[in-house]
Write a new protein. Structure first.
Length: 68
C-alpha cells in the first residue's frame, strides 16, 4: 500500500534536469521534421509538373498532326 504524498512533496515535485536538453532542442524544431524534409527535397517539382502538363496539353491541342 502506497502512502499518500505529504504536502511538501505535492508542492515541490522532484525535478530532473537534463544537461543536454539545450543541445538536443534543435531536433524538436518543426523545420527538421520528416514532413518538411520530404517537402523541401524537390523544391521545384510542383511548378515543373504544372508547366510540363500545360506544355503537353498545348502541343496536343495545337501541334502538328503529321506523322513521319
Amino acid at each position: 500500500m502506497a502512502f499518500p504524498k505529504t504536502h511538501q512533496e505535492t508542492q515541490n515535485p522532484v525535478q530532473y534536469h537534463d544537461p543536454w536538453a539545450r543541445r538536443e532542442a534543435w531536433r524538436k524544431n518543426p523545420i527538421f521534421s520528416n514532413r518538411a524534409m520530404v517537402r523541401n527535397m524537390f523544391p521545384g517539382l510542383g511548378i515543373a509538373t504544372v508547366a510540363f502538363t500545360i506544355y503537353c496539353g498545348y502541343e496536343w491541342a495545337f501541334g502538328k498532326k503529321e506523322h513521319h
